[in-house]
Design a protein around this ligand. Structure first.
Ligand code: ARG
Length: 562
């Protein structure tokens, strides 16, 4: 129970007609703490009770017990509550130490299934910054929802189907060099693809060859399938390197090719409902009623499109996973597309159309010299992460030259820094990426939070107490109230992050907790050998556990030393 709920409970004894939530929504936090920790205003009752608010306040206060509070006092039209900070604080620490993994959990999910489609890069192309954002935002949202007891199904919907693969095969037939491909698969395949596209203007036969190859692929030609499998395999191996660095693991890699094999059902349903309309030889769905442009379902040459594959995907996922929600973590430029997708499903009569949600995000811009776009128009994520790790390694060498497992820690700090930078602002805002700003140990960075955690762990090592069960915590409660009341708000932060699919709420919480802890550290002699030492160490332990838990929800490691 949060402190606010505790106040609501106390008030409800005097106002049995109102629900707890109604009461809770009225409770305020006074700006000036001399007016208490919480206040219950009575203005809204005046009309109903035909009495002056001042009068209501004093009548209600008579019926409210001050048990669990320092005091409960009437101040004009308000009833002010002063918490028993020692006791409340002690309970917060106790709850964290007893079960850190479940602290902050409200069980919003009740184990309901949530499908999350994220990362989803296109094969035979480098994974770009957009996919990096999708991977990190998606993973963090998955972890936040897991904390709230949802059951997550992580899907990497690979872009592994479409006419472009016919072109790629035609290019391979002309210029393919297996050794070159094995050495640097993605860049080499991209090179062939770019070349056939640029030269196709002068050589219209290339386009025909591409079409012919795609037709072969669609009809199950052996060589076409061999190539497709090979391109997919070597692409996925490269992607997997990045996923390993980020500690991201998918339950399914069923992508567009998989859905291309399940196309009959959505097309039949669209026909049955008379939703397909002829337009210049192609089949579309009219979405005028939604103010949306009509999506193309079947092209004039009979082939299906990206949205048809996504319709098949949506039907498959609903049937396979029985989801309560189905999330698509994709850039803001596809907003209109997801509106179309949902509108078509609604037209098809699926009541669950609004379980689909587009989790959109803004662009990532690059400033740093080394990370300006190279080769084509895409930046290699692997390079970004490796540069970040290198920089973290240098900083560690300066700050802590004796660190035992410095290389491993540098990985955790370098990768964590990139992730934190991506997640710390609301996802729909654009992000500016400059390596030097991202890997700093001061300021609003991942390493700053990790460092606060490592500092806490170092204090705990020096303190040498593992068991806090018999420690009197009431004294810490009143001394470190600022940190403790903030720890008391953790569950609310996690809840808001889950409801809004917004990892930045967790990132900002972690930053703020790190800041508050550093202030506490600067103003208190934590290890001073007096009667309060054990209590202070218990507080440090609680802070360390929550910093680690918050970072873990963002998919960031918390090294014990750095
Ligand atoms: N491959 C797509 C891209 O790179 C993203 C796929 C998103 N998921 C989906 N079901 N359409 O833009």
């Amino acid at each position: 129970m949060s402190e606010k709920q505790q106040v609501a409970m106390a008030v409800s004894a005097a106002l049995p007609d109102l629900s707890l939530t109604e009461i809770e929504n009225k409770i305020e936090r006074p700006k000036d703490s001399s007016n208490g920790d919480f206040a219950f205003p009575t203005f809204f009752l005046a009309k109903k009770l035909h009495k002056a608010p001042q009068m209501i306040a004093s009548e209600l206060a008579e019926k409210i017990s001050d048990e669990g509070f320092d005091k409960v006092v009437v101040a004009g039209p308000y009833i002010n509550f002063f918490l028993n900070k020692g006791q409340v604080g002690a309970e917060i620490i106790k709850a964290i130490l007893a079960d850190p993994a479940n602290y902050g959990k409200k069980d919003l999910g009740h184990e309901a299934n949530v499908v999350i489609d994220y990362s989803s890069p296109n094969i035979a192309k480098p994974m770009g910054m957009g996919h990096l954002r999708s991977t990190m935002i998606g993973e963090a949202i998955a972890r936040i929802l897991e904390k709230e007891n949802y059951h997550l199904i992580r899907v990497d919907y690979l872009g592994d189907w479409g006419t472009q693969f016919g072109k790629l095969m035609a290019a391979y037939e002309m210029w393919g060099n297996d050794a070159e491909i094995e050495k640097d698969p993605i860049n080499t395949l991209l090179k062939y693809y770019v070349r056939i596209n640029t030269e196709a203007d002068e050589h219209p036969e290339y386009t025909d060859a591409g079409r012919a190859w795609f037709a072969k692929l669609e009809h199950g030609d052996k060589e076409a399938w061999r190539l497709w499998h090979w391109f997919r395999k070597i692409s996925l191996e490269r992607f997997q390197k990045v996923y390993d660095m980020l500690d991201v693991h998918f339950d399914s890699f069923n992508g567009e090719a998989f859905s291309a094999r399940h196309m009959d059902l959505p097309i039949q349903l669209l026909k049955d409902k008379h939703l397909l309309k002829e337009s210049r030889g192609a089949q579309i769905v009219d979405l005028d009623a939604y103010n949306l442009t009509p999506p193309l379902i079947i092209k004039s040459n009979g082939t299906t499109t990206y949205i048809t594959r996504d319709l098949a995907t949506a039907l498959f996922r609903k049937r396979m996973y029985g989801h309560a929600k189905s999330l698509y973590v994709v850039g803001a430029e596809q907003e209109n597309y997801y509106k179309q997708l949902k509108a078509v499903l609604k037209e098809m009569g699926f009541t669950w159309w609004d379980q689909l949600q587009h989790i959109s995000f803004g662009l990532m811009r690059l400033n740093g010299k080394k990370m300006s776009t190279r080769k084509g128009n895409v930046v290699s994520l692997e390079d970004v992460l490796n540069d970040s790790i290198k920089l973290a390694r240098q900083q560690i060498a300066e700050k802590n030259p004796d660190l035992a497992n410095a290389d491993e820690v540098a990985k955790q700090v370098g990768v964590g820094a990139v992730i934190f930078h991506d997640l710390k602002n609301y996802r729909r805002n654009a992000v500016n990426f400059k390596l030097e700003d991202v890997v700093r140990f001061e300021g609003e960075t991942g390493p700053y939070v990790q460092y606060a955690h490592a500092r806490a762990e170092s204090i705990l090592r020096k303190g040498g107490i593992d068991d806090f069960s018999n420690v009197d915590l009431t004294e810490v409660g009143s001394e470190a109230w600022d940190i403790l009341s903030f720890l008391g708000q953790y569950a609310n932060a996690v809840e808001r992050a889950a409801v809004n699919y917004d990892p930045s709420i967790v990132a900002k919480y972690a930053l703020e907790l790190a800041k508050k802890f550093n202030q506490y550290y600067a103003h208190n002699r934590i290890l001073q050998d007096d009667s309060g030492q054990a209590g202070r160490l218990a507080l440090v332990k609680a802070v360390s556990l929550i910093l680690k838990d918050a970072l873990a929800m963002l998919d960031i490691k918390a090294p014990d030393e750095m």
